[in-house]
Ligand binder design. Structure first.
Ligand SMILES: Nc1ncnc2c1ncn2[C@@H]1O[C@H](COP(=O)(O)OP(=O)(O)OP(=O)(O)O)[C@@H](O)[C@H]1O
Length: 303
């Protein structure tokens, strides 16, 4: 299987922030969710991948195209990638119909019947002006455009944030439909764990400009458990097995990736399956926010 995206040792330095040797890959046929706290570096990574900002180092390959050769291959890259944002660089005064006509003239593989189909499914009115659209409508329109020129790879920076439940569900469903064709891939950043749980095949977690892990969602969901028990049963050795832990006078609750060791050290502990939010919260936990390369970071890396 080929990779739709390969990022190797990507670096970008700002005065107070640095992307440090960011590396990950997305195989074709996969939807990859890119998660991290505010300011973790998601947008910077996406912008660097798309050559919208200058990179200080590293290699980016999209659909086998070396992005360092962008100037020579700009048109080919543009035709094969769809980028979804909530502003899309559209002109506010243009109607949807006028904007689509402009896009149709720019893309070699523009397919008007696919476009019309998405406009109908998203319930958009082509006579409306861009400036009259809500944020959700803009994302849907941007997605409709991106999916109408047979792009093989979609890149989306927080497409679902700030949208209502129905609009989010529509967008996620449209991604599933888009992925029905072979050879495609999606890379989207989000804060919303349930979106990851619903559509992502791969989860990539970034913290303070460094990749903490890239994992298949199903493996990630199987890897961790919430362990609960009596404080009297919790030894220091057992505490080391948690990636997050809350202690009260009534007992302890924490997330661990070391179930067997935990069973051995705390035989009376009760185990539950965490949801994606609980796993990501534990991995992006308080320690990681406070201490840079923290114990949490190291434990996630080691897993
Ligand atoms: N042009 C810039 N100049 C200087 N610093 C920048 C610039 N753009 C982004 N940054 C800094 O880079 C860091 C990462 O920002 P980025 O937007 O990539 O984070 P993010 O993970 O997308 O956050 P959010 O979830 O809040 O959108 C932040 O500390 C931000 O202040």
């Amino acid at each position: 299987m080929d990779n739709v995206l390969e990022v190797r040792d990507l670096r970008k330095k700002y005065a107070r922030f640095e992307l440090q040797d960011v590396s990950f890959t997305i195989p074709e046929g996969c939807i990859a969710g890119f998660v991290g706290n505010n300011g973790a570096g998601k947008t910077t990574t996406i912008r660097a991948i798309l050559n919208l900002i200058h990179k200080d180092g590293g290699q980016v390959n999209i659909l086998g195209m070396d992005m360092n050769e962008k100037r020579e291959r700009e048109q080919e890259i543009k035709n094969r990638i769809g980028v979804v944002t909530d502003n899309g660089g559209f002109y506010g005064m243009f109607t949807l119909k006028e904007t689509a006509a402009l896009f149709a003239s720019l893309y070699k593989n523009w397919d008007d019947s696919v476009y019309k189909d998405w406009i109908r499914k998203f319930n958009l009115n082509e006579k409306q002006k861009i400036q009259e659209l809500s944020r959700g409508m803009k994302v849907k329109f941007s997605l409709a455009l991106a999916m109408s020129h047979h792009a093989e790879f979609l890149v989306m920076d927080e497409p679902s944030s700030g949208l209502d439940l129905i609009t989010r569900a529509q967008i996620l469903e449209s991604l599933r439909e888009y992925m029905e064709r072979e050879g495609r891939g999606v890379f989207f950043s989000t804060h919303i764990a349930t979106d990851i749980e619903k559509v992502a095949d791969i989860v990539i977690l970034i913290d303070k400009g460094r990749i903490v892990f890239q994992k298949e969602k199903d493996i990630l969901m199987e890897e961790y458990r919430i362990a609960k028990g009596d404080m009297r049963d919790l030894s220091r050795e057992a505490e080391e097995l948690f990636i997050s832990l809350q202690k009260t006078k009534y007992g302890f609750t924490g997330v661990t990736g070391r179930m067997e060791d935990m069973r051995r050290l705390v035989p009376n502990a009760l185990f539950e399956k965490p949801d994606m939010e609980e796993i990501l919260m534990a991995c992006m936990g308080k320690e990681s926010m406070e201490y840079g390369k923290s114990a949490v970071y190291e434990r996630c890396q080691a897993d």
